[in-house]
Design a protein around this ligand. Structure first.
Ligand SMILES: [Mn+2]
Length: 179
């Protein structure tokens, strides 16, 4: 097996262990790990991305934000670049939720190309998931607000990957959001 394949298996296994007790917010409570795997797969399968560090960062993108994983731990296991990309897509959880969301809009244009790719795929996955089913406790208005917020973030990521951006624009259009 190639060392890239071995590396990806190490990475997906690490993420699976870290997220093992978490579930998504959908009514079926899908295992959380389906999300980072799906984000990495959007990048490879739909975005044409073969940059191994981007794919690793996609697999790990929620570990610092949502588990006990530290940036130092990621750096020791997966190197500086992967750790840095994950750090770039990690919200500061000491801030209130509205402020975190505002910062995502503000920071998006200043991220590295690699982090922008992960952000695009993360948004695409989450918006498709919202179209598939409504999370427990969410109103239709809350779903629409999420699309509006995501459109503002994606607007700051444009010029990164035409394939993913086109699919995102389609989803916004279906919601009556023109960009
Ligand atoms: Mn995510």
């Amino acid at each position: 097996m190639s060392s890239d394949a071995l590396m990806l298996l190490e990475t997906v296994n690490f993420a699976a262990e870290k997220h093992k007790n978490q579930r998504r917010k959908d009514p079926e409570a899908t295992p959380y790990i389906n999300h980072p795997i799906g984000v990495a797969r959007i990048l490879s399968h739909e975005g044409g991305i073969a940059d191994i560090e981007v794919l690793q960062a996609a697999l790990l993108h929620d570990t610092v934000e949502d588990t006990d994983t530290t940036p130092a731990e990621l750096e020791a296991r997966f190197g500086q670049t992967v750790a840095r990309i994950v750090q770039e897509v990690t919200d500061d959880k000491t801030l209130p939720k509205q402020e975190r969301k505002r910062q995502q809009i503000e920071h998006a244009p200043h991220c590295s190309h690699q982090a922008k790719l992960v952000k695009l795929a993360d948004k695409l996955y989450n918006l498709r998931d919202l179209n598939r089913c409504t999370p427990v406790g969410w109103t239709r208005e809350r779903v629409q607000e999420y699309f509006l917020w995501a459109a503002q973030v994606v607007n700051g990521l444009r010029g990164t990957n035409p394939l993913l951006e086109e699919k995102l624009l389609q989803l916004f259009k279906q919601r009556g959001i023109d960009m």
